[in-house]
Design a protein around this ligand. Sequence first.
Ligand code: HAM
Length: 417
Amino acid sequence: MITTVRGVRDILPEDVPSWRFLEESARAVFSSYGYQELRTPLFERTELFARAVGATSDIVEKEMYTFADRGGDSLSLRPEGTASVVRALIENNRQRVLPWAVYYMGPMFRYERPQKGRYRQFHQMGCELFGAEGPLADAEMMAMVLRLLRRIGVEASLTLEINSLGCAGCRGPYRARLFAFLQTHEAALCDHCRPRLPHNPLRTLDCKGEGCRAVAGKAPCMKDHLCGACADHFQGLTALLTAMELPFVVNPLLVRGLDYYNRTAFEVTTTALGTQNAVAAGGRYDGLVAEMGGQPVPAIGFAMGMERLVLLLEAAQVAMARPAFYLVAVGEAAGRRGLLLAEQWRNGGVPVTMDLLGGSLKVQMKRADRAGARFALILGEREMVQQTILLKNMTDGEQSSLAWNEVGWERLAALIA
Ligand code: HAM
């Protein structure tokens, strides 16, 4: 038997309602803030990710699905969305009509060690906003993320963490100080952090290794080394979050694993999913557009891990789309009549799941129950003779018999409004 590749999964029909609920909620929230959908290709030139995400980042060094196509070009499956969005902005000249506010959702690919909440093909939905420089944009984006998480009913276990990573001016001197500090504790660092110390000392701050965590706890903090403008930006952001009554914590160890960030970095973490605890993450990347060959344009964005949100939805047992009406028709004549009635109801927009497998009343009602139907519409032998249909509320068991000409779609629609 040929199976799926490690770290890659089917999304089975019973799970799809959670996914759609998530996607539809996100579209509604993102567009209510003025974001438009952008669809970028699943693969790009490898160089795009190397330059945008950073040649020495874990993603580019170890996690990309890179291959040569038949023409000999090096291509990679996208490991994240931001690089492609920046490319699309520049390539399509959108810098001339700022702001440009876009959202995207879809699969991303990283060769990581699979575990709960971490896969090799996973899905992100994210937003990128170009053109806005001040902390208003940062605060609004965080409010939008939290609004979406509230709307889907999973906010209970979540914390918004923020930090500032400074700018090109203040990060250099801080990096040098941090490097000097970490060098004096080199022996305590993990095998992963020690070799990358010279080129990526910041990553030790968010390493999960015990030794690294102990050292990081005593390390100098970026937020104590910010220049005046970066400190003002961060202070502006915290004041806005406080004014909006959005709870947050400042986490000086939040550094992010992609090289393009400056100033604001944020994550929404959960206590409900074990070690893969980030459900949303993002930050500012004011220098990236220019670095990728465009005009300098300030930018901020985030992405959310959809698998992780689906796990949270399941944990929170948020009621997913269940069939509103389940039509049970016993016998051939009832089947034919049922099909016609169901089509009439659907003409009026009423969702009806018809049992097409047939069998006894008992067997079909069992299937209605298993599907989680809110109402069953039953056409049995007696109903066929009387030209009626039995409407059963599956929650409280209450039943009523209605004549065929009384059950127009309006009547059914009113039941589920
Ligand atoms: P990231 O932190 O690499 O950031 O990923 C964002 C989110 O995607 C994570 O917080 C997590 O929920 C989810 N995620 C990442 N890797 C996996 C995986 N292997 N399996 C399941 N879920 C995963 C970015 O990708 C940036 N592009 C975010 C951003 C947008 N920054 C600015 N704009």
